[in-house]
Design a protein around this ligand. Structure first.
Ligand SMILES: [Zn+2]
Length: 223
């Protein structure tokens, strides 16, 4: 074992300072860092935009700035989830689903369904839930968006099988947008969800909820 002397410590301190200044210099906002199995590596800055990198790359970049918290800034490392390969997305979403959707008895990923990231529950309560993803991955902007989608599907899993589609969708959207995590979703994501909810409200005569503005007013959503 190398003897720790005052000079060694000084050298170490200097080295750490250099890395942290480097991190600071390359500050570009923030990211939520995950490995490609959906395991969170750390948070840099406030943004929840998802970047994928290896645990080694993360600790090399941020490990010296305090257990990966790196509140001083961030380097650009890893790959944006949006531009990641389909295989990486598939692995990431499966990992996230395993962590956040433990009630899904029959969870599966399907890259062929849908034109945006979303999920669907096939059948009634207790039936298969399918998360569909494609290479655009344009619908989910951050981890809260994904959790929000899984909450929606979780409602379908437990709701009455005899409900018509419009009512069951309205109810699932209602649970989704009144869940506390909805506040932390991306604005574009929230707009999309409220739009869909308004559409289903029109179909099942929930007259107080037939526009985005009405839903916001009814549920006290201020954003
Ligand atoms: Zn639904």
């Amino acid at each position: 074992m190398k003897k720790l002397t005052k000079i060694n410590l000084k050298g170490l301190e200097k080295k750490m300072n250099v890395i942290c200044e480097d991190v600071q210099r390359n500050y570009v906002g923030g990211y939520a860092y995950y490995d490609q199995n959906g395991t969170k590596l750390g948070q840099v800055g406030n943004s929840t935009d998802i970047r994928i990198c290896s645990a080694d790359a993360y600790s090399t970049a941020f490990g010296s700035c305090g257990s990966g918290s790196a509140s001083s800034g961030s380097q650009v490392i890893g790959t944006s989830l949006v531009t990641s390969s389909f295989l990486v997305k598939e692995s990431f979403f499966q990992g996230m689903a395993d962590q956040y959707a433990d009630k899904y008895t029959n969870f599966q990923l399907d890259g062929m369904l849908g034109s945006e990231v979303g999920a669907q529950t096939v059948g009634c309560a207790g039936q298969s839930v399918t998360l569909s993803i494609n290479n655009n991955c344009s619908y989910v902007y951050n981890e809260q968006d994904l959790i929000s989608i899984l909450k929606h599907e979780n409602t379908h899993e437990t709701q009455d099988c005899s409900l018509d589609t419009n009512t069951s969708e309205f109810n699932a959207y209602y649970q989704q947008v009144t869940s506390p995590n909805f506040n932390n979703c991306d604005k574009a994501f929230k707009d999309g969800i409220l739009n869909s909810m308004a559409g289903y409200a029109s179909q099942c005569n929930k007259n107080e909820y037939t526009s985005v503005a009405d839903i916001k007013k009814m549920l006290g959503l201020n954003y």
